[in-house]
Design a protein around this ligand. Structure first.
Ligand code: ADP
Length: 270
């Protein structure tokens, strides 16, 4: 059930017809897990674009399909039907090797658990994606990144010598090192206290607003989502809303409405 059909259909129409450049997008995306009685339709015909040079947050109740959407949009998992694009490249048209190359060269990732390599220094962790992709680092860009993340004095340290917030800032610099088309961040503040979380969110915001990058972030935290330019809201595997210039209060409000709907449907069905 969708209490905001107008907002969602207007947004879908806009996505289909305007000339916005999208760093990533999915069209009629369907993802089904399992089969028969255990079948779960995690994405149910979702069409959404993530505009280049913007910070978009994906929100929705637990189980609404946020992670699935991110994974399919980022080429970490494949759609059951529909299509996913990074810029103009359709992911479904790529074989495994090309998809791996695309992820390495054109997509950056930030995970909740930082995922830094413990045996490498901060500097080595930051340039790892470039090394893996066989690309030559641009020293000016790397220097800018190091300055922006504020870890200039820590480049020779190992991740275990840094706080969680510092490790996540290294992970953000690593994600940006190859100047990817888009950075996907999966609950990037989930393991951080609110002050470190704020620093990481500020950093993602600066990457977009002063460095021209594109960030798509999955979060369940309205305060985190308020750092984005726009929030796209999922419920039951469908795109149900988009909020421009979100505030934590407005996000919380909408989220509460969908949570109550999901709960009401759950109790009606049981
Ligand atoms: P969210 O990130 O919003 O919590 P998910 O994308 O993780 O939602 O999950 C959406 C739905 O798909 C949920 O019902 C979840 O249980 C189901 N799901 C996710 N991953 C799998 C999987 N690998 N196998 C089966 N079901 C899955």
């Amino acid at each position: 059930m969708n209490t905001h059909p107008t907002a969602a259909s207007v947004a879908a129409h806009r996505a289909a017809t305007d000339d916005t450049a999208y760093a990533a997008r999915v069209s009629d995306a369907v993802k089904v897990y399992g089969a028969g009685e255990t079948e779960v339709r995690a994405l149910d015909a979702v069409s959404v674009g993530f505009p280049a040079g913007r910070f978009t947050a994906i929100m929705g109740p637990s189980g609404s399909g946020k992670s699935t959407l991110m994974h399919c949009a980022a080429g970490l998992s494949t759609l059951t039907s529909g299509s996913a694009f990074i810029a103009d490249t359709e992911l479904g048209a790529l074989d495994d090797h090309r998809l791996t190359l695309l992820r390495r060269q054109r997509v950056g990732f930030v995970f909740q658990a930082f995922n830094l390599l413990p045996t490498l220094t901060v500097a080595e962790n930051i340039s790892l994606p470039l090394d893996l992709a066989g690309q030559r680092p641009d020293p000016d860009w790397l220097a800018t990144l190091v300055e922006v993340v504020g870890l200039g004095g820590r480049l020779r340290h190992r991740p275990s010598e840094l706080s969680g917030g510092q490790q996540q800032r290294v992970a953000v610099a690593r994600a940006l090192a190859g100047r990817p088309d888009v950075v996907f961040a999966d609950e990037p503040t989930g393991n951080l206290d609110s002050r470190s979380g704020d620093e990481v969110l500020g950093l993602l915001g600066r990457a977009v607003r002063t460095m021209g990058r594109t960030v798509v972030m999955v979060t369940h935290d309205p305060v985190a989502a308020a750092h984005a330019d726009e929030v796209v809201m999922l419920a039951d595997g469908r795109l149900v809303d988009r909020l421009a210039e979100p505030t934590a209060e407005r996000v919380l409000d909408r989220l509460g409405a969908y949570d109550r709907e999901t709960d009401a449907r759950g109790s009606a069905a049981s």
